[in-house]
Ligand binder design. Structure first.
Ligand SMILES: Nc1ncnc2c1ncn2[C@@H]1O[C@H](COP(=O)(O)OP(=O)(O)OP(=O)(O)O)[C@@H](O)[C@H]1O
Ligand SMILES: Cc1ncc(CO)c(N)n1
Length: 267
């Protein structure tokens, strides 16, 4: 019998195309050698061309999934993805107050990469006031930064300004991802704890297939937090992991294919 691996809970939506959401999270957690568990918040109808609809899971069922795994299996770290509505965010915040989920990574997913909305407009305030103060780390992309802070990031200096504004909302650490800073020849993610900026620089690959990159990064980070790593070490691991996963991305369907953690399982 093998030892029980670290356990990570993802609180997120299902992507029927298998590229992002819960499916990307479980794939990444598996490749990172931890046990993945799920609290599903919504079921999206999605393929490589985009999202054509979704249905939300009742908030009490989302909370019950979190409590069921925490009370029996135990959670060494948790991450959130698509949360869909203010009511689901309220249920998640209340649940993580009731049970111990360990370090809590909040990826404030607002839209799919095709621009389809995955979070109700009136849920932004709940993200700011209920999720961020509970977060060990928040990992917004630049569109989410604009929605949450009103700051339009156009440069690396703007990324730092945005990190300060986000940190003032209460998370312990902020990671402002620079994937959408299209003019930057590199992909720079800025990590901030209220005192020090840490720059994580990676190559920018000229690939179309980057579906699920945010989910893969946040799950890889959570896998290391579950092993007891500190946040800068976990984020450095995550950055290396996503760079290799973008390099291993593959085409799928007629649209955008997923990044892939399969490189970690090969040879
Ligand atoms: N073309 C690329 N080449 C290398 N790294 C990339 C590329 N695009 C994004 N990344 C990296 O992937 C991670 C996710 O970044 P991004 O800003 O794209 O997040 P996201 O928009 O939340 O992702 P998603 O595509 O899942 O919505 C970051 O570490 C970013 O630097
Ligand atoms: C379910 C789901 N979560 C997250 C994203 C963002 O990548 C997506 N496209 N779909």
């Amino acid at each position: 019998m093998a030892a029980t691996p670290p356990r990570v809970l993802t609180i997120a939506g299902s992507d029927s195309g298998g590229g992002a959401g819960i499916q990307a999270d479980l794939r990444t957690l598996f490749a990172c050698g931890v046990h993945g568990m799920t609290a599903i918040t919504a079921v999206t109808v999605q393929n490589s061309l985009g999202v054509t609809g979704y249905t939300e899971i009742p908030p009490d069922v989302v909370a019950a999934q979190i409590e069921a795994v925490a009370s029996d299996i135990g959670v060494n770290a948790a991450k959130t993805g698509m949360l869909a509505s203010a009511a689901i965010i309220e249920a998640v915040a209340a649940a993580v107050d009731r049970v111990d989920v360990g370090p809590f990574v909040v990826d404030p997913v607002a839209a799919s990469m095709h621009g389809h909305q995955l979070l109700a407009d009136d849920a932004l305030d709940a993200v700011r006031t209920l999720l961020f103060p509970r977060a060990t780390l928040v990992t917004p992309n630049l569109d989410e930064v604009r929605l949450i802070t009103g700051i339009e990031v156009r440069s690396r200096a703007d990324q730092r300004k945005a990190a300060e504004a986000l940190h003032a909302m209460g998370p312990r650490w902020v990671l402002v991802k620079g994937g959408h800073l299209w003019d930057d020849p590199e992909c720079l993610d800025v990590l901030y704890d209220g005192a020090e900026f840490i720059e994580l620089v990676g190559p920018r690959y000229d690939v179309k297939h980057t579906h699920g990159s945010g989910d893969t990064l946040a799950s890889a980070i959570a896998s290391q937090l579950a092993r007891g790593a500190d946040v800068p070490s976990a984020v450095r691991f995550g950055k290396d992991f996503i760079v290799r996963s973008v390099a291993a991305a593959y085409p799928l369907g007629a649209g955008v294919g997923p990044v892939s953690p399969l490189w970690r399982l090969e040879g």
